[in-house]
Design a protein around this ligand. Structure first.
Ligand SMILES: [Zn+2]
Length: 287
């Protein structure tokens, strides 16, 4: 609940803009009407630019933010054993450096087993911050894409803004860069201030019940890491949480008949802008 509240607060700048343009448009004010017709208006964006749910019936996209982190090996093995492919929205320099040898191995481990690698930007900054420049927003996206391209050879076609916070500038820049912005329609609440295994399982089960097959579709938000409230310290107990929640969730999804696929597959789109061989480490692989 708290994490939903945080998301709502973080998303409020966008919804504020959208709500303002709709209500002002109805008022027929000439200045605002031209704003409404402007190519900057969200309703005029190309479809697929902002993704809040899957489109392919019968699919669920399990996504994990904020890695790469310690748990990825066991998590990937667990997903593979359940016949699931997930999507990892990685950071470059969050609590770690993606170029560290351990993290390079973690990213490649997930990628080589067919899981999708995607961008959660470089340093997990709020891209809608009043003090962030457009150049900096671009830089936060570009640096992570470069890292993933060097490490895996794959240049990600999808990005998820930190905190789910986006505005028109974020949408415009990601569009110019050929990336879609991905949110979610199920928050597992694993980063709420009081995360609970049972709460996360209940959230999934409720969603599955409300979205029966054949038409059901689910796009999830989970975290590969866990922070203790607002501090940047990873909570050691999360290992246990993750490995209690996911087996139950995988079983429920399987029982309901869901296909557990990547974000790209749940949308019928390509996961990467380009794919080539991974690169060998050079002196430039630094955070
Ligand atoms: Zn995040």
């Amino acid at each position: 609940m708290l994490s939903l509240l945080v998301c709502a607060l973080l998303l409020s700048p966008f919804f504020g803009v959208l709500a303002a343009s709709v209500s002002e448009e109805q008022s027929e004010a000439p200045g605002i009407r031209s704003l409404f017709k402007s190519p900057l208006n969200i309703d005029k964006r190309s479809p697929g630019q902002l993704i809040k749910s899957c489109t392919v019936p019968g699919t669920v996209a399990l996504t994990f933010d904020d890695g790469p982190y310690y748990y990825i090996y066991d998590l990937v093995k667990m997903l593979d054993a359940a016949g699931a492919k997930a999507t990892f929205f990685f950071n470059g320099k969050n609590n770690f450096c993606i170029y560290d040898e351990d993290n390079v191995k973690r990213v490649r481990f997930a990628y080589n087993r067919g899981h999708q690698v995607a961008s959660h930007t470089w340093a997990h900054m709020n891209l809608t911050s009043a003090t962030i420049s457009n150049d900096k927003v671009h830089d936060e996206m570009w640096k992570l894409d470069l890292a993933l391209t060097r490490i895996t050879g794959a240049d990600p076609a999808f990005m998820r803004p930190p905190y789910g916070a986006y505005n028109q500038t974020v949408l415009n820049i990601s569009k110019d860069r050929g990336q879609a912005v991905v949110l979610w329609d199920l928050d597992s609440e694993d980063t709420s201030k009081t995360p609970s295994v049972q709460n996360s399982i209940n959230i999934y089960n409720k969603k599955i019940k409300e979205n029966p097959l054949p038409n059901g579709r689910i796009l999830t938000l989970n975290h590969e890491t866990k922070r203790k409230s607002s501090s940047r310290i990873h909570a050691s107990f999360f290992f246990d949480d993750m490995f209690q929640v996911m087996p139950a969730v995988l079983q429920s999804l399987k029982k309901a008949g869901y296909r557990m696929v990547t974000v790209a597959e749940c949308l019928g789109k390509r996961p990467y802008r380009s794919v080539k061989a991974p690169e060998a480490r050079t002196d430039k692989w630094k955070c």
